[in-house]
Design a protein around this ligand. Structure first.
Ligand code: GLC
Ligand code: CA
Length: 559
């Protein structure tokens, strides 16, 4: 028998909640903690083992909570610390766990640390952030652009220096070189662990160590102003994470997942190697880049090839096997809705079929599934007629920059926004067909997708053929099988642009997964010995047969 290294976080399925858009309990149009509490039975029934909440801390909300002004306080719109403690209890009472978002590459510019840092060049807090003198000509220290547009540097007239912010100017980057910053962050993490939380998802954690900052020489300009080569996977990032692990994480039985821009499977084995004492797993973005084209950001290819998806996933599945652990996701709060992007939302039948197919294909691979709210209903992108309908700072800034300085036509940019904007993920959750989809009794903070009358939880929970109930069965199946949890992965038919087929194998148990990614029937013969194998799960009533897979057919067979 092959030894397996079991862990609860490997066997868990994580459900991601974007609190602002999940459920509003008091009619102010903003989702909140009591709203989440009211839906815990729904999540438990789905089979969620852990919930990851996007940031719920005090924040001026320039970037919807990713600009934190107090790490130890709950945003008033979301509730109180007492509400949080009740939520945590209620989650635990149902046998689930709670994962919080850790945003420590940067804070809000309203955080008391930054206020003190900015106030006094000679003060003790100055080095909490990254300050540099102007370049000889008086401009910013280098040409780095912020991820959300503009320069990554903002000048502070009061003290005559620039501070670094890889995101908006309201999100100054912390200086991890300073041991006092690390102490403060680790202390804060302890504060939440002592309350009883079960782990952290770590925002842009691969960016915390900047080459050359804070005391080294200034680094050169980036090509086209891109800071990634100097900031992603920087020189001390592993050292910092090992320190975090030693001082905090190793003392708790927790789940940790890093959001790692520019990570490769080789690097993932360092960040999340079974013996590297850093994180449990990382989110990789190669899958999210298969439709990226040259720019990887806005002006994309608007399409992808199945062989690229297979190439990426197979590399991650095989290179991490036995060494590190995968995090599996088709979407999150920064991505459009998976069924619109990788499936087909053009007809109701295709939407339902392809939503199930995508889930079966990805979540039966080796790794921990992350399901983004609404995905289990097959929620779709919403159509935006104009940039004025968009709330998100990233999308709005990019639109301005692309249609202004970069000369892209408004039409082209609106197409890009409709294809890839993260605004799609942030439209409120569809609970029922009533006013505002049951999300709020008031005026929602952001418009709903009008298709909630057709796509909603109330109509799916009791329908055995719904996407929701398919997710339930899928998660139950995964939990019940050693081969699905821990087995090795082997790709079949690598050249096919229509069919994704793979095997999972462990200690004599074998599972075959077959998925048709197209809206047409595709020729397919079961591999030898698989005729008559047991059907474990399918999105059709009958097992694959007759030498074809039907449109968006997905099945798992076992022997
Ligand atoms: C991460 C978050 C994103 C946020 C950014 C800055 O990418 O997922 O939502 O805007 O970091 O914190
Ligand atoms: Ca509310």
């Amino acid at each position: 028998m092959e030894e397996i290294r079991r862990a609860w976080w490997k066997e868990a399925a994580v459900y991601q909640i974007y609190p602002r858009s999940f459920c509003d309990s008091n009619g102010d149009g903003v989702g909140d903690l009591n709203g989440i509490i009211s839906k815990l039975d729904y999540l438990q029934n789905l089979g969620a083992d852990a919930l990851w909440l996007n940031p719920i801390y005090e924040s001026p909300n320039v970037d919807n909570g990713y600009d934190i002004s107090d790490y130890r306080a709950i945003l008033a719109e979301f509730g109180t610390m007492a509400d949080f403690e009740r939520l945590l209890d209620e989650v635990h009472r149902r046998g689930m766990r709670l994962i919080m978002d850790l945003v420590v590459n940067h804070t809000s510019d309203r955080h008391e640390w930054f206020i003190a840092s900015r106030a006094d060049r000679a003060g003790p807090m100055r080095d909490f952030y990254i300050w540099k003198d102007p370049a000889p000509g008086g401009g910013p220290p280098n040409n780095w652009g912020g991820c959300f547009g503009g320069s990554a540097w903002t000048y502070d007239g009061g003290t005559g220096q620039y501070y670094l912010h890889l995101f908006t100017p309201e999100q100054p980057d912390l200086n991890w070189e300073n041991p006092a910053v690390r102490d403060a962050v680790f202390d804060m993490m302890d504060f939440w662990f002592k309350k009883g939380i079960d782990g952290f998802r770590m925002d842009v954690i691969s960016l915390i160590s900047k080459a050359g900052y804070a005391d080294g020489p200034l680094r050169p300009d980036g090509l086209y102003g891109d800071y990634t080569p100097q900031c992603a996977n920087g020189p001390r990032v592993h050292e910092y994470l090992r320190e975090m692990n030693r001082r905090v994480l190793s003392r708790y039985d927790c789940l940790t997942v890093g959001e790692n821009a520019a990570v490769t499977p080789e690097l993932a084995c360092q960040y999340a190697g079974f013996d590297s004492h850093e994180l449990n797993m990382v989110f990789q973005f190669e899958l999210m880049d298969v439709d990226g084209g040259e720019s990887r950001k806005w002006l994309r290819n608007y399409s992808w090839r199945l062989t690229d998806i297979k190439r990426v996933m197979t590399r991650w599945q095989t290179l991490l096997d036995g060494r590190a652990w995968n995090a599996l996701f088709w979407g999150n709060h920064d991505q459009p809705r998976p069924v619109s992007r990788f499936g087909d939302d053009s007809t109701e039948e295709n939407r339902v079929r392809s939503a199930k197919m995508l889930a079966l294909c990805l979540y039966l691979m080796q790794g921990t599934p992350y399901i983004y709210q609404g995905e289990e209903l097959g929620m779709t992108n919403r159509r935006f007629e104009s940039i004025d309908e968009i709330n998100d700072v990233y999308t709005r800034n990019a639109y301005r920059e692309q249609t202004g300085r970069l000369g892209v036509s408004a039409e082209e940019m609106l197409r890009a926004v409709n294809y890839i904007s993260r605004e799609h993920a942030r439209t409120p959750m569809h609970w029922d067909a009533g006013p505002n989809a049951g999300f709020t009794a008031g005026r929602p903070w952001i418009p709903l997708n009008p298709n909630y009358t057709r796509i909603n939880a109330a109509s799916q929970v009791d329908d055995p053929n719904s996407v929701y109930n398919f997710y339930r069965r899928l998660l139950a199946l995964r939990r019940s099988s050693g081969a699905l949890l821990y087995g090795h992965y082997e790709l079949l038919l690598p050249e096919s642009e229509e069919i994704y087929a793979y095997l999972r194998r462990l200690n004599g148990e074998e599972i075959l997964v077959v998925c048709n990614f197209t809206a047409r029937s595709a020729p397919f013969m079961l591999p030898e010995g698989w005729d008559g194998a047991g059907l474990l799960l399918s999105n059709y009533e009958t097992p694959p047969s007759g030498g074809v897979l039907r449109p968006f057919e997905a099945a798992a067979l076992g022997r």
